[in-house]
Structures are given as structure tokens and as C-alpha cells.
Design a protein around this ligand. Sequence first.
Ligand SMILES: Cc1cc2nc3c(=O)[nH]c(=O)nc-3n(C[C@H](O)[C@H](O)[C@H](O)COP(=O)(O)OP(=O)(O)OC[C@H]3O[C@@H](n4cnc5c(N)ncnc54)[C@H](O)[C@@H]3O)c2cc1C
Length: 449
Amino acid sequence: MNTDRITEGPGEAKVVARSDVVVVGGGPAGFAAAVAARREGASVTLIERYPYLGGLAAGGMVLVLDDMHNGEEVTTTGLCMEMIERMARVDACVFPPVAERLGTVEMHRKWASWGLFDFRAQSKPQPIVMAAAFDPDGWKRVSNEMIAEAGVDVRLNSWFSRAVMDGNRITGVICETKAGRQAIMGQVVVDATGDLDVAVAAGSPFVHGSYMLTTVFRLGGVDTEAAERFRWEEPERFAVLDKQAKKIIGGSWDRWWLKTPLPGVVWCNCPHMTGLDGISVEDSTRADFEGRKRIYAMVNFIRANMPGFAGCYVIDVAPQLGVRQTRLLVGDYVVTKDDVMNRVHFADTVARGRDYYTPYRSMLPKGLDGMVVAGRHYSATESAQKNSREIPPCMAMGQSAGIAAAIAAHRGIGLRSVPVADICARVRAQGGDPGDVPSANATILETAA
Ligand SMILES: Cc1cc2nc3c(=O)[nH]c(=O)nc-3n(C[C@H](O)[C@H](O)[C@H](O)COP(=O)(O)OP(=O)(O)OC[C@H]3O[C@@H](n4cnc5c(N)ncnc54)[C@H](O)[C@@H]3O)c2cc1C
């Protein structure tokens, strides 16, 4: 007898909503899917486990929107650009004007400490490109406004736990809440949980990927001008101290702090921790404890030694752990690293990131009906996902997924029967670029499998 398992019955759940489209996960992809589907006229319920919208962009305090340009061309428009512009109007977002998107030393010095440079460029200084630095509460505020304006029914504090199935077709989801188990029924379900919770519960094939975890944090009381001056005017002394700080934090990118729209407040995309699984309770607990220990050790060091940081203090460690990759869908098509790096264009492209394209098939779970997937858990190999999972492409995928879901629900057809040309036409009508017209540097695949 297996003594480390028990069986417990699922029991009843109260049906609290019925919608054309049910979106699970209120991160960048789910937010975009919900707004896009609602703007197409579908009734939409958006479910989120946390008490706010935003996912890693807000709760994870990942505060730069990047991977949205192909040279000078801005490739991710639509809801992502709308979010940027609306946050900028309330002083919650900063991005470089077109005239300053250059590869000069002057522009690099002006914008690099915002994180708005081409992080994949080999040339030095890395050119300034279209990217945006934002405030996490600005994201929450604007997404609430956009969701409310669109008329999406939002259910926060609702943790998806089970899929309601009719054969291989999903017909609803069950959520655990403080008020008990609740059912939300829908014609089409969008899985935007980032960890593929819904598709896996419904029986979809997947691979279990992994990537480092990060406890992102913010510092206040930073004299960013003094810190930048020190970097540029005393490069040798800076290099020594910066290296020591990075050794203490034990895992960071080259720039471990970046400016935010709030004066004197920086976000720190570190410490990175490897060998941990983002969906393991034990590993995510370990990451929180270990991350905080390293953060405070580093803060003690920089306060004592680093010009600009003498008066700094920890404002917060992101409430949501920085999980980049866990379960990845095995969909009708699996995007490979070669596809991403060679800018392969597909006949069924419905979304795009930097210079790469997302085929509709990579959003459809193999063998399942009624469900479309959008966001960082889309159907890609582990290495392909690492190169195509930034917030803007996840939002582009979400917008296309929401539109596909709305069309399927409206016409009463399966998701695989929705014409790709119709999805692309509606993305364009909503102000997005579905990537159906390849850029000059794309590799064209003439046919879709
Ligand atoms: C540390 C770190 C740094 C990064 N740096 C950048 C960067 O600089 N720029 C950039 O563009 N991208 C960056 N990324 C990548 C980017 O943040 C993510 O890939 C992106 O946010 C994915 O969006 P998503 O909507 O697919 O998933 P998520 O942002 O993870 O959103 C998923 C949502 O689903 C909810 N959810 C999950 N499970 C359930 C459930 N069972 N029930 C109900 N709700 C659920 C979550 O609470 C969350 O709101 C970074 C990521 C990390 C972790």
C-alpha cells in the first residue's frame, strides 16, 4: 500500500459565472487575452489567484518591457503599446523618443541605466531601442482601468485547481477560494497561467522545463545621478566594487540595478538562483529565504561602499517569485530555437516578438479542444522559450489568443477551424501587428504543416 498518498473526492462547486471566454491568469498574456476577447464582443471572465492583476510584470516587479523591436521597427504594438502609452500619461512609464534610439555613447549613457538598450546586440555601446521602464503599481492601475472599460468580469483571489471536461473538450474550470470551490463555465478557455496549470489539468502533453529563479527587489533612497557618475567617471574603481557587489548577490546580469519612473527608486533583477524548480513548494520556499539573505548582505555592502547607495533601503522584495520557465506546452507545433534565431516566418503566424514569429499551432494543446494557450508556457522547446518569453511577445500572443477565442465562441466553431486570416485581420483592427506580413530579414516558410 502507498502510504505517502491519500485520495480525496473533488466534491461539488457552485457555478459563479458563465462566459463565452474564460481566461485563467491575469498576467501580461491573460490581461491581453481578456481585453482583446471582450473588445470583440465576447463575454469574458478573467480569473487570477493573486489579489491584483499583472503577473510577473506587477507582482514579479519585472519592470522593463523589451524584445519589441526589429532594428528601428517596433514589432509589438497593439495592447502592449496601449499599456505603455497609458502608463506614460500617468507618469508610470518612461521610454526613449524615436530621435534618441541610437547607438551613440551619449544616448547609451542617457538611457542604459533604465534598461532600454538592445540587450542582445554585440556592438558596444549597445544601441538604445524601443523599450519601456514602468512602475508596478502603474501597471496595476492602468490594467484595472482597461479591464473595467472593456467590461471584463474579473475574479481575483481565485486559484484554478481543476479542469471541467467533456471528453477531450474543456467546458469550464474550478477555482479554490476563501468562499469555497467555485466553477466558471465557458465555451473557450484561455490558459495564461504561465505554468500551464489548466492545460496540464485537462490532460495536455507538456515538457517540464526549468530556468533560474530570481527574487527581484527594489531599493529606495538611491542617488542615481551619483551612482551613474561614478560608473562613467571612475570606471576602474567602479568595476572593482561592482564585481564585489555581484559576488555577494551571487547571480545577476551585467547591470544589477535599473532606474524606475519613481525618483531614487531602482529595481534589481537579482539574485538569480539555479537548480530550483519554480513549481516546487520546497524550492520556491528555499528561493525566498535564500534570496532575502543575499539581498540584505548586498545592501549592507553597497551602503558602506558604493557611491550613490549610502542612503539606500529595501522597499520590497517582489511578492511574486521570479519564475521564468516551468511546464511548456506540447502543442500542434513546437517552436524551436532555430525558428526563433533564424526569424522563421510561418504561414499561420498570429503574433510576433522582437524579430521572431509565433504560429497559431504553438498555442493549441495537442489532442484538446476548447482551449488556447498564451504566454511564457506556449509550445516551444526550453531553449526557444528562453529567447522568446519577454512581456511584449506574451502580450501579443494573448491578444491573438483572445481574438481567436472570441471568434470561435461567436461562430460556434472549434479553435482549429478559426481562419488564421480572420485572427490577423482582427489583431490589425485592434491596432496590433500579428506578424502575418514578414519583415525583410525573416526566413519564409511557404507552407504551414
Ligand atoms: C526575474 C525575471 C526577469 C525578467 N525580465 C524581463 C524583462 O526585463 N523584460 C521582459 O519583457 N520580460 C522579462 N521577463 C519575462 C516576463 O516577465 C515573463 O515571461 C512574462 O511576464 C510572462 O507573462 P505571462 O502572462 O505568460 O505569465 P505571468 O507573468 O507568470 O502571469 C501568469 C499569471 O497567472 C496567474 N496564475 C498562475 N497560476 C494560476 C492559477 N492556478 N490560478 C489562477 N491564476 C494563476 C499568476 O498569478 C499570474 O498573474 C522576466 C522574468 C523574470 C522571472
